[in-house]
Design a binder for this molecule. Structure first.
Ligand code: SF4
Ligand code: SF4
Length: 95
């Protein structure tokens, strides 16, 4: 990585990524568990800020922007978590 690339902000670095979107979500929250979850770590821990609360109070995950870091899986045992189907998902770019 060059000096110029190291100076980019996290947001700018993430903006360099490209994604091949899978048709189906590769991470699924267990909405029944989410309904009684007090911690809701997912809303705070995802580096892509991909989890949110829907108008109906359900957890919404915009899986299309997933960085495949696995952080949400570390903090929550109520997720069905797989890598995106073959050839899909994030492609990290250095510039
Ligand atoms: S931390 Fe897990 S169980 Fe709690 S709201 Fe998020 S996905 Fe649901
Ligand atoms: S794997 Fe990482 S980027 Fe993807 S949803 Fe979980 S915390 Fe967010």
């Amino acid at each position: 990585m060059t000096y110029e690339q190291e100076k980019l902000s996290i947001e700018a670095k993430l903006g360099l990524n490209t994604y091949k979107i899978a048709k189906a979500a590769h991470i699924l929250p267990d909405q029944a568990r989410c309904a009684v979850c007090r911690e809701r770590w997912c809303l705070r821990i995802c580096p892509g800020n991909l989890y949110s609360l829907g108008a109906d109070g359900q957890i919404v995950l915009n899986y299309e922007g997933c960085l495949e870091c696995g952080t949400c899986l570390v903090v929550c045992s109520h997720l069905t978590w797989e890598y995106p189907e073959g050839g899909c998902g994030v492609q990290y770019r250095l510039g």
